[in-house]
Structures are given as C-alpha cells and as structure tokens.
Design a protein around this ligand. Structure first.
Ligand code: GLC
Length: 562
C-alpha cells in the first residue's frame, strides 16, 4: 500500500473540541452546585391526564447559561436522581413536535387487562404487520426512559414484571428446550373471546428470522430495572425475590464456565438489534458492551444475601477481565491501526504482540481513509485471526455510558464522530454501522439478504432510534452541542416522514425501502434525546461512572496525546 502515508495525512481532521470540552468541563462545575427542586405535580399526573401543556420544554435561553453544559465523567450528575425542572426558573416553550411525539407514543401503548404493559413496535397499517405489532423488549427501552423522565414509572414497572413472568415459563424451539434465564425478544397480548380473557404470548426467537434467541433482551431488562430504580428511588421492585431470581438466571447464562479463553460472550449472528445475518457473531461489540453494562447494573441491584453474593463475586472478576480485554483488543485509533498494519504473524509464545494472529492484509482499505489522526473507536469484533473493523453505533455509545470506555477513550470516540460526521450522522442520525458491506462480501456475509443491501437497514442504514444513545453519550462526554446538532437534523425530517424506522443511503437521505412508519422507538428515541439534552440530570438513569478498581493500566495512544 504505497499511498498509505498520504491517506493518513489526508484523513487528519483535527477539531477544536478540546478547548470546547475544557470550557464545558469548567462550566459544568457551576451546574453541580445549583440547588434543584422536584416538580411533584408533573410527576404525579397519570398518562391519561396529560395535556399538551405538560409537553412543554425548556427553550434555549438555557443555551447561554454555562451551568447547563456537562463535562466528561461528572460523577455528581450521574448520582443525582433525575428531576423535572421547576417551572419558573426557565423559559418554557410548547413544542408542537414534542407534543405530536407524545401523542404518538401514547397511541402505541399496549394494555393487558386494562393495564399498560409496553408499546407496540410500529403502528403502521399500510405495511404487512410481520411482528411489528408486538412489544419488543429492546424497542421498549426508549419508551420506558421517556415515561420515567416524564414521571410515569407505572408502565415500566408493569413491563418489568410481565416480562419476568414470561422468563419463568417453559420455552421450546422445535423439540429443544431453552435455558430458564432467556428473556423474550417480544410479546403480544392474546385475547381469548370465548373466555373473554387476555394472556401474553412471547417470542424467544422461535418465530424470529433466523430463529435466534435475543441475547440483548436479558441485558436490557437488567439495565431498565436499574433505570427504574434510579429514577424513582424505589428499590422495592428490584428487591423482590422474583426480580433477584430473574437477574440471577440471566447472569448464570453468561457467567457459567466453559471452553472460553476470552471474557467476552460468544454469540450467534442476529441476537441483538441487528437481528439478521450481518456477520455480527462470535464476540460482537454490540453484545459485549451491553453485557458489561448489565453486569455493572446487576452489581448495583443484587442483594448480598447467600444467593446473590456468589454472583456479585463472579461479576467483579468478570468486569475486570472484560474491561481489560475490550480496552486492549477492541480499541482502534491511528496509532493502533499503524501498529496492526505492521504486525508480524505466526507468533506462538506469551510475548506475542499479535495475540490473535490477525493478518494485516485483512485490514480493509476504507479504514485508512476513515481513521482520523485524532479519535478512535471500539471495533466491531475480535476473535482468532479476526478483526471486524466496522464502526458500530450502539456498542460505542453503550461503552461510553457504562464507562467501559475510559474517559480518554470516550473523548476519542466523540472526536471520531465529529471528524466523520458526514459519514456517521449525515442527514439523519445515525448509522447503525459503518461502512456498508457490498458485492461479494454482501453475498458471503449476509447470505444475499435483499433487505440488507448496501446502505440500507442493518447494513449501513440510519436509525433515528440511535439518537437517544448518541445524545446520552454526548452528554456524558461533555459534547452537548454535538447532541443538539444531531437532534436538529432529526427534527427537520422525522415528523414530515412520519417517524420512519430507518433511512437508506450513504448520507441517510432516503426513507428506508421497507421502513415501517410510526415506528415507536424512533418516536420515543427522539423524546428521550430531547428531554435529556434539556435536563441532563436524566442521564443518571442510563449512565454509570467509572469504578476506581477498573481504572486501566493503559498504553498511551495517539488519540489521547495529540
Ligand atoms: C427489526 C429490528 C429489530 C427491532 C424490530 C422491531 O427486526 O431489526 O432491532 O427490535 O424490528 O422494531
């Protein structure tokens, strides 16, 4: 690759964000000192009582207030229970778009015997329903966060308890019995007209494309239980013996000992948000980041009783090994890329540098253009002789939120998103992964999947739901303005296009070929992003500070020193 050094030089896109960050960090100190009061009126109103005036939001007169900026790693925000801003302290604006989104979110509610238990995936009657008429565990997360932020925890509590009941039922695919701890991908309400009775029917992967059990569902369930506990201050739900058992069952699925030589979790393709064959198997970042976050949440929620203690000990050991493994082997930046480019292969001993025997020739051409001089990211997958160097949105954002990424790595991830804004955010936040796989690779990796053609759906498509994750990650890393820019882009199109599930094309300009309209997590994701950027104390629900004992002994890396 003779023109390599030229490419490196060209890809350098150094931004001035360090100065901004420093300002934001300083400014944030003031924010921490400010007393806040709870608006209990808003919190206590039920869903049905909500009027448009409650959809009011603080406008950008806050913008000029330095105290509304966040810094990276601000323990106090993450430790402060989220609260509604007291009316009167800020100028308030009624946003029609926010009101429209709340109305749509309300319409998506699914009831079981009169109680709301979740939200339907999409309310689109123009397309074949497939399974979009079900409540998906992962899809419900942004809905749940929106309700929690709005002071309406009941639906979240109902959802957590109902899914727990589904977990405890027997699950079979063909004649094979699934493990006890598996959480469903989705469920729907079945109405028996004869008995006039409603029951829940769950799908654990037996009717999903590819018949894969959703590894992410259990992790999201634990993460949501912690968000609920954090937001309400009510520990009684997590303390219930059933909830404690539910957590232990999920954990025993992923903490059991076996043939593993890595602390990462071995998974089948299609077991997460990307639920079709996309080469996301083995040790995909998308699962490892959620695994890490769920372990950290479970550690906070598990009781140290006879049964819990053993799990807590296992969690502590696993977290340490997992963070070391991920931070060392999944991290990619200019320096790391250059090191891999010069790797020797066939190293057998303990002193091997190229531990997984990755062939430098397997590095794809695009990464040399993509990698900025400043910035970095966790790559998609690492295994024997394997590095999937694609950038994945969810994994990188969850890495920031869970503090799997160190503060320096979080900054570097943000620097990279900023430097590659056109590619990753484009006209609609945000690419699920980058870049798309094409031609021969597409044939081999997706099995010629016509829904996952290049720059569409899971294959480099843009998913508005990811906006909430980006916003949360930006706030944690002290990049509030970046989040606001992304929200603005979404606001320009989302409602006009009727809240599509995903967008197609290199810049995310086109409504996805098979995208459902009125997709609930696009709606809820927008609301969560909006509420969080306006009241960053909400971040505490979904972000965790770095634990001292996990502070890394890390190599210095180009993205942190430039
Ligand atoms: C698609 C998505 C999946 C989502 C489901 C319901 O299958 O790939 O992530 O949960 O739709 O919206």
């Amino acid at each position: 690759m003779p023109e390599l050094s030229v490419k490196f030089a060209q890809s350098g896109n150094v931004t001035s964000s360090v100065t901004n960050d420093e300002n934001e960090a300083r400014d944030f100190e003031k924010f921490l000192g400010r007393p806040r009061t709870m608006n209990t009126d808003v919190r206590q109103k039920s869903l049905d009582e909500r009027s448009l005036s409650e959809f009011t939001h603080v406008i950008s007169s806050q913008e000029d207030r330095p105290e509304n900026n966040l810094c990276a790693g601000c323990q106090s925000v993450i430790d402060t229970p989220s609260i509604n801003i007291t009316p009167g302290t800020h100028a308030v604006l009624e946003s029609p778009l926010v009101g429209e989104a709340w109305d749509a979110l309300k319409r998506s509610l699914v009831y079981l015997r009169g109680k709301p238990v979740g939200t339907i995936a999409a309310l689109d009657n123009s397309e074949e329903k497939c399974n979009y008429d079900q409540v998906f565990v992962r899809d419900f997360v942004p809905s749940a966060l929106a309700f929690l932020m709005n002071g309406e925890p009941e639906i979240v509590r109902n959802f957590l308890l109902k899914t727990l009941r589904l977990q405890s039922g027997e699950k079979k695919i063909d004649k094979f019995k699934l493990a006890e701890g598996v959480m469903p991908a989705s469920f729907k309400v079945h109405h028996d007209p004869v008995r006039n009775h409603e029951t829940l029917i769950a799908d654990f992967g037996e009717s999903a494309i590819g018949r894969v059990a959703p590894v992410d569902s259990g992790f999201w369930w634990i993460i949501l239980l912690r968000a609920y506990t954090r937001s309400t201050g009510d520990t009684s739900l997590a303390d219930l013996p059933d909830c404690q058992k539910g957590m232990r069952l999920i954990l025993s699925l992923c903490l059991s000992e076996g043939f593993d030589t890595f602390p990462t979790l071995l998974c089948a393709d299609g077991c997460c948000m990307i639920d079709r064959r996309m080469g996301v198997y083995g040790y995909p970042l998308e699962i490892q980041a959620l695994f890490f976050m769920a372990l950290r949440c479970a550690k906070l929620l598990l009781k140290e009783d006879n049964e819990g203690k053993e799990f807590i000990e296992k969690i502590v050991k696993r977290l340490r090994a997992l963070s070391y493994h991920m931070r060392s082997y999944y991290w990619m930046d200019f320096k790391q890329l250059n090191d891999i480019y010069r790797y020797k292969t066939e190293e057998y001993s303990h002193t091997a540098v190229n531990k997984f025997n990755v062939m430098p020739d397997s590095l794809p051409e695009w990464v040399f253009d993509f990698m900025p001089n400043r910035g970095g990211y966790f790559i998609g997958n690492v295994g024997p002789a394997k590095m999937d160097i694609r950038w994945f949105c969810l994994g990188n954002c969850i890495a920031i939120l869970s503090s799997l990424a160190t503060a320096e790595q979080s900054t570097a991830i943000m620097d990279l998103i900023e430097a590659r804004w056109k590619e990753l955010v484009g006209e609609m936040p945000l690419k699920v992964c980058y870049p798309a796989i094409e031609s021969h690779d597409w044939r081999i990796i997706t099995g010629c999947d016509p829904k996952n053609t290049r720059w569409s759906y899971h294959n480099g498509g843009s998913w508005p739901v990811l906006l909430w994750l980006l916003t949360a990650a930006c706030l944690k890393a002290g990049r509030r303005q970046m989040a606001k820019n992304a929200i603005e882009l979404a606001e320009a199109r989302l409602s006009k296009d009727n809240w599509p599930e995903y967008y197609d094309g290199k810049a995310g300009r086109f409504v996805g070929k098979q995208a459902r309209k009125c997709q609930t997590w696009s709606i809820a994701g927008y609301l969560v992003a909006k509420m969080m950027v306006e009241d960053p104390t909400h971040l505490g629900m979904i972000a965790l500070e770095e634990e001292k004992e996990m502070k890394p002994v890390m190599r210095r890396s180009a993205s942190w020193t430039l």
